[in-house]
Design a protein around this ligand. Structure first.
Ligand code: PMV
Length: 361
């Protein structure tokens, strides 16, 4: 694969006067079966499945012009941000064989998130996939300038997004994506995600994700450190076997519309992710007391009303409440009347399953 995309890369001289601006918005995603543990060059230890979100996204614009060598600056929400800029510049330098033309361009990147800074929502999936979409758009414009129109290949976008930030591989597809090789899905790969959109029972395309903000603090363990901690975790082999089993069963539930199995696997995966962090060395507890209170409230409400809602967690204390559109009115009353009391400043974000990246310019 590396060779295929290296061979196809635009290698010619960038025409003089080549300049312009591109823009893409790309969403965040929330994993149902979690990716936690990696090997080699950003390859997952087990396959994962996620919902692509809609409202939680990053908008990125890149201004480019012909230059003698790569020039790079990065602005986040209007302010130059050298730390994040250095991360993206390193990604570009490490992968210039795929994008050799960047060595003849000056790039000015401007990025902003649609979700608030202090929401504790991880933005690497949305920001890295938005940047990759911009890069591919520049390549498209270069090809066009040479009279060779090309389309943006989402598999390639997923591959590059993965190299930039593992879970970003899943953000380029609408509705749901699977990343990681599994016998249960033909065409699946550790190197890029595949779309599950065509495969899903329609109920899953209507899902809401209401993010209940328990804390806006930044995480006390980065996902990079978390993946590394799995290397010494005595439960790692059992975890990877379980994740593969969960993938198989979740895929079949996603196809048939089996909400009970969906709920069972989704909640178990969220708790396993946190259990793995708790029994790593050093150990981390990322749930807060209000995370547990919310989980108890959600389970009690489900038992009482039989409404098929469930929770998942990312590597942090906030609770993602998942439910189909048909139950949205009742669940949103429940959120406002009972759940926001556990949220910081009563804050929650109403999101839903989305369409994947959108071209802005
Ligand atoms: O993509 P990374 O390296 O930030 O890892 C993401 C890990 C989790 O968000 C905890 C799970 C997942 O599959 O998204």
């Amino acid at each position: 694969m590396e060779n295929k995309w290296m061979n196809e890369a635009f290698k010619g001289e960038v025409p003089s006067g080549f300049q312009g601006k591109v823009g893409w918005a790309s969403p965040s995603n929330i994993a149902l079966v979690k990716y936690w543990g990696k090997r080699g060059k950003q390859l997952p230890q087990n396959p994962s499945i996620s919902f692509t979100l809609s409202e939680c996204c990053t908008e990125t614009f890149v201004e480019f012009e012909k230059a003698d060598r790569l020039g790079f600056s990065f602005f986040f929400e209007g302010k130059e941000n050298p730390t994040f800029g250095a991360k993206i510049e390193k990604f570009l330098m490490d992968h210039q064989a795929f994008f050799p033309f960047i060595n003849q361009l000056n790039l000015k990147v401007e990025s902003r998130n649609s979700f608030p800074h202090s929401s504790g929502i991880a933005s690497s999936a949305s920001s890295m996939s938005a940047f990759v979409m911009c890069l591919m758009e520049i390549e498209r414009s270069l090809s066009l300038s040479k009279g060779r129109p090309i389309d943006i290949d989402l598999q390639k976008a997923s591959y590059f997004s993965r190299l930039a930030s593992g879970s970003a591989a899943r953000s380029v597809f609408s509705a749901m994506a699977l990343w990681g090789k599994t016998e249960a899905c033909e065409g699946s790969s550790d190197e890029y995600a595949v779309s599950l959109s065509e495969y899903l029972h329609p109920v899953f395309k209507t899902f809401h994700d209401s993010v209940l903000i328990v804390s806006g603090e930044t995480k006390s363990v980065s996902s990079r450190a978390g993946h590394t901690l799995m290397e010494g975790n005595p439960y790692a082999p059992a975890r990877y076997a379980q994740a593969n089993e969960n993938i198989k069963n979740l895929l079949s539930a996603l196809k048939s519309g089996d909400l009970d199995t969906f709920i069972n696997i989704t909640e178990s995966e969220a708790l396993q992710l946190h259990a793995l962090m708790m029994c790593s060395n050093p150990s981390f507890i990322l749930m807060k007391p209000n995370t547990l209170s919310l989980i108890n409230e959600i389970r009690a409400f489900r038992n009482e009303t039989k409404i098929p809602l469930c929770f998942t967690l990312d590597a942090g204390p906030n609770v993602h409440l998942l439910y189909p559109e048909s139950e949205a009115e009742k669940v949103e009353h429940f959120i406002k009347d009972h759940l926001t009391a556990y949220c910081v400043d009563n804050k929650w974000i109403a999101d839903h399953v989305g369409e994947g990246p959108k071209k802005l310019l």
